[in-house]
Design a protein around this ligand. Sequence first.
Ligand code: ADP
Ligand code: ASP
Ligand code: MG
Length: 474
Amino acid sequence: MNKLVVMKFGGTSVEDAVAINRTAGIVQGRCDKGLAPVVVVSAMATVTDQLLAAAAAAGQGDREGALAISARLRNRHVETAAKLVSAEGISELSRYIEAEFASLEEVLRGLAAVGELTPRISDMIVAEGERLSSRIIAEAFRHRGLDAVHVDSRTCIITDAQHCKAVPQDALIEQRLKEYVLPLAAEGRIVVMGGFIGATEKGVTTTLGRGGSDFTAALVGGALDAGAIEIWTDVNGIMTTDPRVVPDALRVKTISFEEAAELAYFGAKVLHPATILPAVKKNIPVLVLNSRNAENEGTRIISLAPHCRSPFKSIAVKRRLTIIDVVASRMLMSHGYLRAIFEVFDRHKCPVDMVSTSEVSVSLTVDSNEKLPAIAADLSQLADVKYEGRKALVCMVGENIRGQQGIAARVFQAIRHVNVRMISQGASEINMSFMIEEDDVEEAIRSLHAEFFNDPDPEIFDVEAVRKIEESIG
Ligand code: ADP
Ligand code: ASP
Ligand code: MG
């Protein structure tokens, strides 16, 4: 067995000194089992949002607002570091943190004066979250007796220059990781690196898109042929739906790569959509685990999932979507019409989630975004255009819907009180998705969950956990 294991800890798993100490314990546990961990960490919880808010404020000329956010973040990082690192070790780390905030503030002041936030500056600001967390965590690990060493991800995760959603350059990444990380891991040292961030070949800081630390973990695991990739988060694994919506959602014990990718793409925040790809290519198992409940066995994502008697494994929901209706009777069926429509989206670099066509119209859904008025203006050159926000896409995923009869009838019977705007089945054989109003999400998900997970297959779902809770309630 390959001993290398990539362990990614999300924001909540490193949110404060207590959480970071827990993380150190989990990593120590892997070392005790003879494994060689490479650790990828997110920024401390909410830091990315706050850095983005500071950047936005500065970009609008609100210098004081931006500096106030930065001051709060500085205190949080300094205080966390002081709790983790002893008095003799802290001075160098404190100097690092202070220097980072001094340069962040300089950038924010400059930005407020210029009043224009570019994607390149945004990446430079937001990358601070992972740069700081990874340095602090590496130092904290050393103080707990782990032989940790910090590696700046920007030396290894080489991307193109599409700021805020940069595309990793696989061959270069593999070469750099083999040069800078593999020898350290081979010596028995624990590399700690920040997720989400990278750099162009010229060294300009980039980021991989929100939630991108999962992606970093998979890139590292794929490039170094890891034996496993562990995604440590704040829930017991991939659940039958978001436990914030349905608190008694069940843990899915095993799920296929294909199903997990579909869920991630359609909004199950627990995993970043691109995460799966580098792991699939190399057939590396991915585990989703709970850092607050490390004993739990989590979810195992593998290439072929065992048979499941339930049609669905999980229900994902993607909110804040907009439906765009393009109506053009005169262009009906005309050759090249759809291409002309899609070219508009392409020009604005706006991905489309779902498409449905009728005799005279095409409906498309996209993430609500600031480009919509410009997209609508371009589309109105071709046809009549209407767009409406506050929509949500519900996506039900399971390999077993293939060939089962009557599933759609059960789905729509369960949500008969909800207005369904668009339906899609068939784009992928393992998902059934439809658009509803954002306000109806909670009711729809609860009804669907009750319909499809009331008699769960114990081979696939953690039915034991439910029994234990019921027993404890008596
Ligand atoms: P991290 O900071 O560890 O990356 P995220 O907040 O990105 O964590 O993802 C974990 C969250 O994903 C959970 O707290 C949960 O609310 C949400 N989530 C959405 N759908 C699911 C699902 N099907 N299974 C588990 N968690 C889900
Ligand atoms: N810190 C980044 C974010 O919040 C990346 C991550 O946590 O995966 O989006
Ligand atoms: Mg995440």
